[in-house]
Ligand binder design. Structure first.
Ligand code: FAD
Ligand code: DLZ
Ligand code: SF4
Length: 511
């Protein structure tokens, strides 16, 4: 046999570089279900089902197309439980001349792969992952010599490179970014689209039984499982999004509502991240909707920016800064993660809603992740490592290349501002403006201190007080510190005292 081609659980595309020059007669595709990947963090049950079921469907699709596939199931005899162990066993079975892989999405797996040639005694070719719109080399060239790596400038470059939403060398409509139009609260009486849900077939049912048997203690509800696990269904999800949600995506991108877990969000990140959809085709579908007059420019620009801008930028950023990136802890945050992040048992309704959504669907939308759970973790000085592990566990779309910069850099400001120009810290007033959560909360967003005051209110000021030496010099924090400095000393003392009591009690919320 000539080449053994390893395809990982987040590389489920026939266009992946490891398969590009495959000889279907003489090469074998290797896919392995391994306990190490299910357990290196205790992934949400639905994330396990999504990845393993999508792997099995993908293997079946390859076989139908005449590929030779060697597929190792999780509970098959002799499964060693690790990528290295399963690659070694497959090398013994097939004796290939060469092992071909596409670079993985996580540093720890890349480090493992780089040892294989020496440890396993076979030539190993690690190919670029060209499913992204910006190569790692291109990103590092863009980053070279820049003092700060702001996404907005990267995004403009990518717009010029792709020609998307460009009118010659000018942005269509005259602006690069229409975010000013994209921050509306939800109007009363608004209707929401019924989201497409996918039936569980025999393959998915088998995987659900496997997960129930082996991973029952992991976080999250196993049922109802409604994610797509095939490319065909993921394409239907894309079509549904562009038709039914995209026109309103921009306007209400930052809004939150009880009982409406998805609003107008795409629900496409898991599919792009595991290979069922290509980011290129997702952006082109949105651009087509704009060309055909089905979605306004602000919505389409906002959506394309998330993928062409943020998603690509985050990936380049991860590889540029690894492996040292998670070691920083600029704000010296050390408090352990409270148990309610797992149980949702808290009186703070916004947090309860965001965590319950997460438990139900392995999903919460961006503003819930950033401005509810992320904002709380920032204000309460929760340990970055513990918070990062939580985000990696609980979301179906979580892979370290995308989870880590978003959590460590964007939500927690633990890198001291390499990714974001200022911390995304907000008080209860913001949450009240952008959601209906406060109406059903035992706390009041308009109360700043004392019994019934919203904890986000005093924690916000306490955060500014306690991190003054690290943040006051930041030009984008000027207004916040001017407001803080106008407060009388007695109020500052009360803020610190009430926050101290709250945070001490939080440390007792441990399982
Ligand atoms: P939409 O809101 O509809 O956005 C469309 C698409 O844009 C998404 O599918 C996604 O591919 C892309 N996108 C938007 N924002 C980002 C971003 N900041 N970074 C990368 N891509 C983006 N996204 C993940 O894919 N995996 C993660 O593990 C992850 N962890 C996050 C952790 C935190 C603390 C925060 C603040 C954000 C995180 N995000 C992560 C980014 C974002 O929240 C999700 O991509 C988005 O919520 C996915 O839902 P959607 O498909 O409905 O997205
Ligand atoms: C997330 C995941 C899980 C749960 N299981 C597997 C698996 O059994 N086999 C596999 O090839 N990939 C799995 N994955 C995805 C990997 O964790 C992912 O490929 C690496 O983290 C590199 O990004
Ligand atoms: Fe959250 Fe405060 Fe509003 Fe309650 S009052 S939902 S804690 S922001």
């Amino acid at each position: 046999m000539k080449n053994l081609r390893l395809v990982l659980g987040d590389q489920l595309s026939t266009a992946v570089s490891s398969l590009s020059d495959i000889d279907r007669q003489s090469d074998v595709v290797l896919m392995v279900e391994v306990e190490d990947e299910a357990g290196y963090v205790r992934h949400h049950k639905q994330k396990l089902v999504l990845v393993l079921s999508a792997m099995r469907h993908f293997a079946a699709r390859l076989q139908q197309r005449g590929y030779r596939v060697d597929y190792v199931k999780m509970d098959s005899d002799g499964n060693t439980g690790s990528f290295s162990g399963e690659v070694k066993r497959a090398l013994d079975r097939h004796r290939p001349e060469r092992l071909v892989v596409t670079e993985p999405g996580e540093w720890r797996v890349r480090a493992m792969m780089e040892r294989w040639q020496q440890d396993l005694g076979v030539p190993v070719e690690i190919r670029d992952d060209d499913r992204f719109l910006c190569s790692l080399e291109e990103f590092s060239q863009w980053a070279q010599g820049r003092k700060s790596l702001r996404m907005e400038y990267f995004y403009r470059n990518m717009r010029k490179k792709t020609g998307w939403l460009m009118d010659g060398d000018k942005p269509v409509g005259g602006e690069w970014n229409y975010d000013k139009q994209n921050r509306k609260p939800l109007p009363k009486g608004m209707g929401y689209p019924d989201r497409l849900r996918f039936d569980v077939d025999d393959i998915t049912r088998d995987v659900m039984q496997l997960v129930a048997r082996r991973h029952d203690t992991h976080f999250g509800d196993l049922e109802p499982f409604q994610w797509a696990t095939t490319r065909e269904d993921a394409k239907r999800a894309l079509e549904h999004f562009t038709t039914d949600c995209l026109p309103n995506f921009g306007d209400y991108q930052d809004a939150m509502k009880s009982g409406e877990d998805f609003l107008f969000h795409a629900l496409l990140s898991p599919y792009m991240n595991i290979g069922l959809l290509d980011p290129h085709e997702v952006c082109e579908a949105a651009l087509k909707a704009h060309d055909q007059g089905q979605a306004p420019l602000a919505a389409v620009e906002g959506f394309v920016r998330q993928i062409l801008g943020w998603r690509e930028y985050i990936r380049g950023f991860y590889w540029l800064h690894m492996p040292a990136y998670p070691d920083s802890n600029y704000l010296n945050a050390k408090r352990p993660l409270p148990d309610f992040f797992w149980t949702a048992e808290t009186d703070m309704n916004c947090l309860r809603q965001a965590i319950e959504t997460t438990r139900r669907h392995a999903y919460a939308h961006h503003i819930q992740r950033l401005m509810i759970t992320g904002n709380f973790a920032l204000l309460a000085s929760l340990s970055p490592a513990e918070v990062e592990e939580w985000y990696l566990v609980v979301y179906a779309d979580a892979f370290e290349w995308v989870e880590l910069p978003n959590t460590h850099g964007m939500a927690l400001f633990a890198d001291g501002g390499i990714l974001a120009s200022k911390p995304y810290a907000a008080s209860g007033a913001y949450i009240n403006r952008m959601s209906d959560y406060c109406a059903d909360c035992r706390f009041s967003p308009s109360k700043k201190l004392g019994e019934g005051a919203c904890p986000f209110n005093y924690l916000y000021w306490n955060f500014l007080i306690s991190k003054r030496d690290l943040l006051e010099g930041n030009p984008r924090m000027g207004l916040a510190y001017r407001n803080l400095n106008n407060k009388p000393e007695s109020e500052l003392e009360e803020i610190v005292a009430q926050s101290g009591e709250f945070l001490d009690a939080l440390e007792n919320d441990r399982a």
